[in-house]
Design a protein around this ligand. Structure first.
Ligand code: 13P
Ligand code: SF4
Length: 384
């Protein structure tokens, strides 16, 4: 397969300037405006104590993403919840016995939890916490795209609405997308991929699969700059470069490891290097520093000649999750995620396919002692 066989499509998304949320405000500005103020150490301590108590009283568990506030990540871990990438968040929420899941992340993560566990109550600190990939893939336009290509297997990234997932054959996350597309390609399937164009193109190049790509992107990762990263590498020649695959091609091309948030943290821990340049949301640095104490982490550049920093390597929607609104939803039960049951029943199929595939992969993985060498550990993950 030649690179020319990657077809781009007519949808140039996201048009964030024009995107409006329910309240009618421009969504990115609206998100930054809703980020709660920084708290004093005393306020943080007292809110954390209140949240610990409320989680117990409500039989609730906190499921957090690595990009949210460090206090929320720590609370999730110390109270028996989890902090992880989006695949593990879905799995953890589904398997946990708690009747209430509090998802600290963005809306698609809350919706996925609800679709997998319709009988549970799923709360989120702020229901306006969305994602540029989700916003850039409206369900009606996506349905028209699918209708126009009925011969293709529809694979969607987790960062989409429940209605988009309802139309898909497979859902994937960044940790397993490559393996799933490899599997589908081996079966001779042609793929319709949405919405992230960078992740789609990375997977296409790695697998050689015939993929028709929706043209969405992540507001945060789209801002990493290849030219400036190249300059930074020269300043730190011994640094390993860790890149999330939502980043542009000229950034991914310089990576030592390309992977999901969990895979990047694992790489920081296990690779024999003391310096790392990290191209993903800077919320991840909290966990990276804990997982690899003594190592030095440098943020990949979002600035430079061509910069238009809308996020400066931090997701405005992830930043909306804070101790204040977390305590509030636990206290009041407000901000519950609802998914139309009909859509939920359609969407669960593509999510379960991914989870079943991931479980089968896990069973086939050799014991961790065998994974000592870096080559084996990061097989399937790597530069484009
Ligand atoms: P992960 O699944 O790698 O955690 O990615 C989720 C995400 O939104 C990255 O921007
Ligand atoms: Fe979406 Fe990007 Fe934010 Fe992840 S970091 S939730 S992909 S906007």
């Amino acid at each position: 397969m030649t690179p020319q066989s990657i077809k781009t499509v007519e949808f140039e998304k996201p048009n964030l300037a024009g995107a409006q949320n329910a309240a009618g405000a421009s969504c990115v500005a609206h998100a930054w405006a809703k980020v709660p103020p920084v708290l004093s150490p005393d306020e943080r301590q007292s809110l954390k104590a209140r949240i610990r108590r409320l989680l117990k009283e409500r039989n609730a568990v906190l499921v957090a993403h690595y990009y949210v506030d460090a206090d929320l990540q720590d609370l999730a871990e110390e109270t028996g919840g989890c902090v992880s990438d989006s695949l593990e968040m879905a799995r953890f929420g589904r398997d946990h016995e708690a009747r209430t899941l509090v998802v600290a992340g963005v809306r698609f993560m809350g919706e996925t939890a609800k679709i997998l566990s319709p009988e549970k109550t799923v709360l989120m600190p702020d229901l306006d916490a969305t994602c540029s990939l989700d916003l850039g893939c409206p369900a009606d336009e996506f349905a028209a795209f699918c209708d126009a290509h009925p011969d293709r297997t529809v694979v969607v990234y987790a960062n989409t609405s429940a209605a988009v997932k309802a139309r898909a054959d497979w859902m994937v996350t960044s940790s397993i997308g490559l393996k799933i597309v490899e599997h589908l390609h081996a079966q001779g399937k042609k793929i319709l991929w949405a919405p992230d164009k960078h992740l789609g193109s990375y997977i296409q190049k790695q697998t050689g699969a015939d993929m028709l790509l929706w043209q969405g992107s992540c507001l945060v990762h789209d801002e990493f700059k290849g030219i400036e990263l190249d300059l930074l590498r020269r300043e730190f020649p011994n640094a390993k470069i860790l890149v999330h695959p939502e980043s542009p091609e000229n950034v991914v091309a310089q990576a030592d490891v390309v992977g999901s948030t969990s895979q990047l943290i694992e790489a920081a821990q296990k690779l024999d290097a003391t310096e790392f340049i990290v191209a993903t949301d800077n919320g991840i640095l909290h966990k990276m520093r804990m997982a690899a104490p003594g190592k030095h982490f440098i943020e990949a550049p979002t600035a430079g000649n061509s910069a238009t920093c809308k996020s400066c390597a931090h997701c405005p929607w992830m930043a909306m999750n804070a101790l204040t609104n977390l305590a509030e939803v636990l206290e009041t039960g407000r901000n519950e995620i609802h998914v139309d049951p009909v859509i939920g029943r359609q969407a669960v199929t593509c999510i379960n396919r991914m989870l079943d595939f991931a479980a089968a992969q896990k069973r086939n993985v050799r014991p961790s002692a065998d994974l000592a060498n870096e080559q084996a550990l990061f097989q399937g993950i790597g530069p484009a």
